[in-house]
Design a protein around this ligand. Structure first.
Ligand SMILES: C[S@@+](CC[C@H](N)C(=O)[O-])C[C@H]1O[C@@H](n2cnc3c(N)ncnc32)[C@H](O)[C@@H]1O
Length: 157
């Protein structure tokens, strides 16, 4: 199990981890590209409370609109996004559908066992939480192994 954050300060406040877990300070974009280069296909991927970047003009900073997102889908496995901002999770579901034809809904979510500090904080302050869980094990990866948008060209006339 690998937990990644670019902030050493954030990693230093991580809760106790199981023995098979490792924390890494890195840019997630680099990690996804390295996994792709080495053909590593994780069984599960979690995007847990990513920075929302909610302003107009910040769309491309959100993972579902980021150029690396097709690689995330191509890596496959069960991919789960959680946020306290429903729109973020809706964008995640929409991008998965448009890029790889993966269908998954957005659901309200709660847990008695928070997985991260932000999840614990949001639950304690009564925030609604949302998640989308994709099964990308069978994502279609046309185009030299890259997840590509479905072909929307008109058929024969
Ligand atoms: C809202 S916090 C959530 C932290 C943690 N996932 C949690 O749920 O408690 C968002 C985190 O994303 C990290 N982050 C933002 N962009 C990143 C990137 N490109 N690569 C790795 N971590 C990133 C930030 O450092 C920050 O700690």
């Amino acid at each position: 199990m690998l937990g990644v954050d670019q902030s050493s300060e954030r990693l230093s406040r991580a809760p106790a981890l199981p023995g098979n877990a490792m924390l890494l300070r890195a840019d997630m974009t680099d990690i996804w590209l390295l996994l792709q280069r080495h053909a590593c296909r994780p069984a599960r991927q979690y995007m847990l409370y990513p920075n929302p970047w909610p302003k107009i003009g910040q769309l491309a900073r959100r993972w579902p609109a980021h150029p690396v997102f097709p690689v995330v889908l191509e890596l496959g496995g069960i991919i789960e996004c959680r946020s306290n901002w429903r729109i973020y999770v809706e964008e995640f579901a929409l991008a998965a559908r448009l890029i790889a034809g993966l269908e998954a809904g957005v659901e309200n979510f709660t847990t008695g066992a928070p997985m991260t500090p932000f999840e614990r904080k949001y639950l304690a302050s009564g925030h609604a939480l949302y998640r989308c869980v994709l099964n990308a094990g069978a994502a279609s990866c046309a185009g030299g192994g890259r997840a590509m948008p479905p072909d929307r060209s008109p058929g024969p006339q």
